[in-house]
Write a protein that binds this ligand. Structure first.
Ligand SMILES: C[S@@+](CC[C@H](N)C(=O)[O-])C[C@H]1O[C@@H](n2cnc3c(N)ncnc32)[C@H](O)[C@@H]1O
Length: 315
């Protein structure tokens, strides 16, 4: 059943938008422009963008049905919500007769609502099913991963997405545990992996294990690359790309893409040595939350914001 939220719940509990002022400045919103928010969440950024539009339009994506319930409460003529993975950005925008946009915002990762809802299985603190799907209709859960992936696959995920040194030992322990009984809850997972946590670093270690599984469940890095690639064709010259990321596995591809237009960070040059860049970075340095914001919202602590501007160069 689709959930519904009161306006107050939506504003206070669901998610506190991170670097709101900086994101809006980065988008350099034109009142008649066409904008996309690929990660609607509780709609904090989207609602603020809408206040700057007159004849413009905002298309917001989120794959989560709880986010869709929040979006349903926004009654604004410029607003269209699309409950889908942003990896299909171009396809859905084409459906709405949109070929070119003036700006795109992404605030990556999970919302506070998703983390704080025990039944979603994202929380390292709250007990819940081992789920971690942002899109509740998708078939792959974290439980399926830990119970069916091979030791090699588990090791790869833990090492690559969790940056865990103990990946081989943890993978082995998961295989041994699931031989006794399927691993279906976040508590069962914690009991199996915690013996491998470095002393006094349990919270960080669990965050890394959960991050690894969450990235795999939602193919977060695959989706990120897919929509970034499409943004090149969608953004008009002068259009802005604004991305907030929360860990280096997200920030690295974003940084490279904004500098070079590819994920290898390989800057192409013409015969005369002029750079062939679809985007140029706007600020030289990465933007991070202010002290005041961090004091008010500690969950913003790892956030990094990058801004790119579309050039007129086409591949
Ligand atoms: C950090 S929250 C965004 C919060 C939002 N900016 C706000 O102020 O409320 C990230 C949201 O993006 C969604 N999401 C993440 N990756 C997505 C993707 N590839 N496609 C669609 N939604 C995605 C998640 O479901 C989550 O609701």
């Amino acid at each position: 059943m689709t959930k519904s939220f009161t306006t107050e719940e939506a504003n206070t509990v669901y998610h506190q938008p991170v670097m709101l002022r900086e994101s809006l400045e980065g988008l350099a919103i034109k009142p008649d422009g066409i904008y996309v928010d690929t990660t609607f969440g509780g709609g904090g950024h989207s609602k603020a963008i809408l206040t700057h539009l007159t004849t413009g339009k905002l298309f917001a994506f989120d794959q989560d049905e709880d986010a869709a319930a929040i979006a349903a409460s926004i009654n604004h003529p410029a607003f269209t919500f699309i409950q889908a993975n942003a990896r299909f950005l171009q396809r859905f925008l084409a459906f709405h007769q949109v070929q070119q946009i003036d700006g795109l915002l992404a605030d990556l990762g999970v919302s506070s609502h998703q983390i704080d809802t025990a039944t979603r299985g994202f929380s390292t603190r709250l007990g819940g099913p081992l789920d971690m799907r942002m899109d509740q209709s998708s078939s792959l859960t974290a439980s399926q991963i830990v119970n069916t992936y091979t030791g090699e696959q588990l090791m790869h995920i833990l090492r690559t997405y969790g940056e865990l040194r103990a990946a081989p030992a943890i993978a082995k322990a998961l295989l041994a545990a699931r031989d006794n009984q399927p691993i279906t809850t976040t508590q069962a997972l914690k009991d199996i992996v915690l013996p491998f946590a470095p002393p006094r670093q349990h919270a960080k270690f669990l965050a890394q294990v959960f991050q690894a599984l969450r990235i795999e469940v939602n193919d977060e890095l695959g989706a990120l690359q897919a929509w970034l690639e499409q943004s090149k064709q969608l953004l008009k010259p002068g259009g802005r790309l604004v991305v907030i990321s929360y860990h280096s596995l997200e920030d690295k591809p974003v940084k490279r893409f904004i500098k070079t237009g590819n994920f290898e960070g390989d800057l192409q040059k013409d015969l005369y040595g002029n750079p062939l860049q679809p985007l140029v970075p706007i600020a030289n340095k990465v933007i991070v939350p202010s002290e005041e914001e961090l004091a008010a919202n500690p969950r913003a602590r790892s956030a990094k914001l990058r801004i790119g501007e579309r050039t007129s160069w086409c591949e």
